[in-house]
Design a protein around this ligand. Structure first.
Ligand SMILES: [Zn+2]
Ligand SMILES: [Zn+2]
Length: 296
């Protein structure tokens, strides 16, 4: 492309961008996507409004600071070293250096930490802002929030995710009954947004549910494990999801929340045993099930 044409295109693009931004500012209130409070000092100029994430053909990406208020941004994540990298429990402080912290169970190699996945990387505990975010994701009909959640997650877990070197991102499939009730499949949207951040493909149809599982009402590990046993299978035979491509790959498995790890464990075992996957890292927004009386 000639230089003149390029400048002209850029000029047209920025004029277009200004029109779009002005339209956003007129139509939407500039508020935080998580708490609905007004954002002070957003990087985009003027107006009041909840703005979209941007991207697409214009290449314009609204900065996170214009989408989520500083308070929510801080409250949505804790350092990676807070969680045991093997099971997601609270890590022992002495091991909490870098991203390789371990809990007392994994240090002693006891407890139900013998997961089929290799790592789990929660962004926060299932409480406060993160709980609000997960619940909103389950209710919303707008994929924008999943895009924002993925960017928040990537912002706080970039180092651990990059160190894992995933070849592809795979979402945990939703129960069809839940999918029927929801308009947005949050693990799917989170997975594709994370794949974009990491620059790797998202293999959305890799795992499917072969039977509906009752809601995980028990906090008991054995009961939860039994509940999901045999509930999943790898999609095969379809042009868009060949099983062969999994062989020897490193997979980032995405779910919105992680409670006992039974679901992630079942899918990781399937990916490794039937798909020949080399390693699985579980990416999740919230680590639930660590409250009183909720030992795994
Ligand atoms: Zn907020
Ligand atoms: Zn652990």
């Amino acid at each position: 492309m000639e230089r003149g044409t390029e400048t002209e295109t850029n000029g047209r693009r920025s004029a277009f961008r200004r029109v779009v931004e002005t339209a956003f500012e007129l139509v939407y209130p500039r508020t935080c996507w998580i708490c609905d409070e007004r954002i002070v000092g957003a990087e985009t100029t003027g107006g009041a409004g909840r703005v979209g994430v941007g991207g697409g053909s214009s290449g314009f990406r609204v900065p996170l600071s214009a989408l989520v208020c500083d308070e929510c941004r801080r409250a949505a994540s804790v350092p990676a070293r807070t969680f045991c990298r093997r099971c997601g429990r609270v890590a022992v402080r002495e091991t909490a250096r870098g991203d390789d912290a371990l809990c007392r169970f994994c240090l002693r190699k006891t407890g139900a930490s013998n997961f089929a996945f290799d790592e789990v990387r929660p962004m926060h505990f299932y409480r406060g802002t993160t709980r609000a975010l997960v619940l909103q994701l389950k209710r919303t009909t707008d994929p924008t929030l999943a895009e924002i959640a993925a960017r928040l997650y990537f912002e706080s877990r970039r180092r651990a995710l990059t160190a894992f070197r995933p070849d592809a991102v795979v979402p945990v499939p939703m129960n069809w009954r839940r999918r029927f009730l929801r308009s947005v499949n949050s693990p799917d949207f989170l997975a594709s947004a994370l794949a974009r951040e990491l620059g790797v493909p998202c293999w959305a149809k890799t795992v499917r549910r072969v039977r509906a599982t009752p809601p995980q009402s028990s906090v008991d590990w054995a009961a939860r494990r039994e509940n999901v046993a045999g509930a999943f299978a790898l999609s095969g035979g379809k042009k868009d999801a060949p099983i062969e491509r999994l062989k020897g790959k490193r997979i980032l498995l995405v779910d919105d929340a992680f409670t006992s790890g039974a679901t992630a464990n079942e899918i990781a075992a399937l990916l490794k045993e039937d798909g020949g996957v080399e390693a699985v890292c579980v990416a999740t927004l919230a680590r639930a099930g660590l409250g009183k009386g909720r030992r795994l």
